[in-house]
Write a protein that binds this ligand. Structure first.
Ligand code: 13P
Length: 255
């Protein structure tokens, strides 16, 4: 099955409403018209800029995603945001399980197991982030860690919805460090993740898009995106510059 590449920019805690308003026209003028575009493009923005992004992206085909979501429909969860709050704004998807949230905000596989079906039921496309730490890689624990993260998070997703999820393989040691995984390392880990999905459903494994994230830049994107199992990129720092981000999208177009 041919999978459409997907390049998403994760702004993290960047992007006031004013910055979001300035950003979109600069990005959109550099993207191919939506009817000719062969790559899906997304922007993962802070909650406070989501409505600005939805408005600015209207008609452009660029998806707008949140960076987190609570699993409960509503209730006593101070500071949290529900799926319905996101869909009300016209948001298309949500990043779940980013390593910065796992590290700083106690996001764990158990909570993710609940969040994924909630996002899917609400019509939000989830990008599930997984990845090993440097220590885990050095100790030969990469596959064990990925298996645990993928299996646990996907446990309550029915087989026929697995293919609607996007997974981002983001080795923690490559995030914000300027140290990318080599193309071979990215391919190997992503092929392993695809095999984990195939244990549940071969059909879903052929359909599911698995992205690489971790210090993707305009000058290294093409080599990583050329790998057969790498279906795109989740781009942090380099997505803050719409010109550089559009260059990465173009690298995926040429893949
Ligand atoms: P960097 O591209 O800044 O390394 O961040 C990657 C990332 O965490 C995307 O979610």
């Amino acid at each position: 099955m041919k999978r459409k590449p997907y390049v998403a920019g994760n702004w993290k805690m960047w992007g006031t409403r004013r910055q979001a308003r300035d950003y979109f026209p600069r990005l959109l003028e550099r993207l191919a018209p939506v009817a000719e575009r062969t790559v899906d493009v997304g922007i993962c923005a802070p909650f406070t800029a989501l409505d600005v992004c939805v408005e600015a992206a209207r008609g452009s085909g660029v998806r707008v995603l949140a960076q987190n979501m609570h699993q409960a429909a509503e209730g006593a969860h101070t500071g949290e945001i529900s799926a319905a709050m996101l869909t009300e704004l016209g948001v298309d998807g949500v990043v779940l399980g980013h390593s910065e949230r796992r590290r700083d905000h106690c996001e764990n596989d158990r909570a993710l197991r609940e969040k994924l079906p909630v996002a899917l039921a609400a019509g939000l496309e989830p990008i599930l982030c997984v990845g090993e730490t440097e220590e885990e890689r050095e100790q030969g624990e990469t596959e064990r860690r990925l298996r645990q993260q993928v299996w646990e998070a996907l446990e309550d997703v029915p087989d026929d919805r697995l293919g609607d999820i996007v997974i981002a393989y983001e080795p923690v040691w490559a995030i914000g460090t300027g140290r990318t995984a080599t193309p071979d390392q990215a391919q190997e880990a992503i092929a392993f993740i695809r095999a984990l999905v195939a244990d549940r459903s071969r059909e879903a494994a052929a359909k599911i898009r698995i992205l690489y994230g971790g210090s993707v830049k305009p000058d290294n994107a093409a080599d990583i995106l050329a790998q057969p199992d790498v279906d795109g990129a989740l781009v942090g720092g380099a997505s803050l510059d719409p010109v550089g981000f559009a260059t990465i999208v173009a690298a995926a177009e040429e893949r």
